[in-house]
Design a protein around this ligand. Structure first.
Ligand SMILES: [Zn+2]
Length: 467
């Protein structure tokens, strides 16, 4: 979706191409996109001459003679073309303004979300939609912005994309601004200090200004003019760069969802202030995940093992009842779930495993979330989740840490724990190393001694604390 810099670029080009050209006729191909009756729209504009085109937030303002204005929002993929009057109408054309120059200004929109309305110049900013918009970043003072964010409980990324608070910032420039200001996208807007808000404003202003100079960013369908691209996309630091290395600290950039929008950030440079750091530990079975978790506990982290959560769940009456009714009554011995028997059932029939997982996993995630919500402010947290990838918890973690070990070592450890390595390993998740490398900031080798494991974790900890 075009944001402020793209809209400004389009406005400048249109301004250059339309000035002093008179509207001789109008064609409306899709009335839904015009927010006033078609007849009113045409009568208001016919015979007027374009003076210039400006932008406000994500809106284009076409200024015409007799103090008239057209407000246009491009939404997802709207675009303008100036064609010769002789050219045929195209499939996605929404409306066309014939000009006395022998040209026609056409608005086309593949997604059909774009909107038009008309205003008198003097009313343009006192009536919706523009009256509902916040100021643009250059016009708001850091103090004003701080006052607007203070009562806002939303994540900061959502807040700066809220057009009522600031006009013009969308997904691309929100990611870039937060990276530049070293602010975690999920951090609550209300938790930012005045200095942080001031830095955020400064970074957003300079990024948007630079992007305007560069003609915006061409991502997917945005082209300022036919066959022309913006140039700011080469200056993007994080947007769309999930898995690539942070240009500032070289750790892998992470992708999460914030308010339903894809978001890329650096977990090292953009720490989440209100609850300290959240580390998610995952890895192969018997590779050293528990020892890793213990290490963090000894170093002042609050910790939770999802394995323990599962153990607790298996002791809950409701789960025991569910197992009796939905898996097998022979599983229950003296009122408890026989886990060895459950394991062999899983091995015999994968569908049972899937069924139990479907029941248990959401409950585990729920318990983890409850735990997280109860953790004290500013305390660092480590949680061990064997199936961390693609779980809702993964998105919350600031760093993912993967523990691996040689197969033979893991077999020996399982034997020492009185387990059947073949069975245990058959049921444990398998990981593709390329995926692991893409997602995890830290890879820990758990093959050898505990002291070697701790040595590696010392490095992780000092890296995290340094930043
Ligand atoms: Zn970084």
């Amino acid at each position: 979706m075009p944001e402020l810099p793209e809209v400004r670029t389009v406005a400048a080009l249109l301004s250059k191409n339309l000035a002093r050209k008179k509207i001789t006729d109008l064609s409306i191909y899709r009335e839904k996109n015009i927010l006033v009756p078609k007849e009113e729209f045409c009568a208001f504009l016919k015979g007027e001459t374009f003076l210039n085109v400006t932008g406000y937030g994500k809106y284009l303002l076409f200024h015409l003679t007799n103090h008239k204005v057209i407000l246009s929002h491009l939404r997802m993929e709207g675009k303008y073309q100036i064609r010769s009057l002789k050219e045929e109408k195209e499939k996605h054309d929404i409306c066309a303004f014939d000009l006395d120059s022998g040209e026609t200004l056409v608005y086309m929109d593949v997604r059909k979300f774009g909107q038009f309305t008309i205003r008198r110049e003097e009313d343009a900013f006192s009536l919706p939609p523009l009256s509902h918009l916040g100021k643009e970043i250059w016009d708001i003072s850091a103090k004003e912005l701080y006052q607007l964010l203070k009562p806002c409980k939303k994540p900061i990324k959502e807040a700066i994309m809220d057009q009522h608070i600031i006009a013009g910032i969308g997904n691309i420039y929100a990611d870039e601004t937060l990276f530049a200001a070293k602010i975690h996208p999920l951090q609550k807007a209300s938790s930012l200090s005045e200095e942080e808000v001031s830095l955020l404003k400064e970074k957003a202003s300079s990024i948007l200004s630079k992007a305007i100079e560069e003609g915006g960013s061409t991502i997917r369908s945005y082209h300022p003019e036919k066959n022309m691209d913006g140039r700011f996309q080469v200056s993007l630091k994080v947007y769309g760069k999930e898995g690539e290395l942070c240009p500032r600290c070289s750790s892998p950039l992470r992708h999460i969802l914030v308010g339903g929008r894809g978001t890329t950030y650096c977990p090292i440079c953009q720490k989440r202030k209100e609850r300290g750091i959240l580390i998610g530990i995952t890895g192969e079975i018997a590779a050293g995940k528990s020892a890793t978790l213990s290490y963090f506990k000894e170093n002042g982290f609050q910790t939770l093992s999802s394995d323990e959560v599962v153990h607790q769940l298996y002791e809950e009456k409701e789960i025991i009842k569910w197992m009796r009714e939905n898996v097998s009554s022979s599983l229950i011995r003296r009122g408890k779930i026989d886990r060895k028997k459950l394991l062999s059932l899983f091995l015999k029939d994968k569908r049972i495993l899937e069924k139990v997982e479907e029941k248990i996993h959401p409950l585990v995630y729920q318990k983890i979330h409850t735990f997280l919500s109860k953790c004290c402010e500013n305390v660092n947290i480590a949680i061990e989740v064997p199936l961390l990838f693609n779980s809702p918890i993964e998105k919350e973690c600031d760093y993912l840490l993967f523990v691996y070990a040689e197969e033979e070592t893991r077999k020996q450890r399982l034997l020492a724990r009185g387990k059947d390595p073949a069975k245990s390993m058959a049921l444990s998740p398998s990981f593709s190393m390329s995926e692991v490398k893409k997602r995890c900031a830290f890879l820990i080798d758990g093959s050898s001694s505990l002291s070697y494991l701790e040595e590696q974790l010392d490095k992780v900890l000092s890296l995290i604390r340094q930043r």
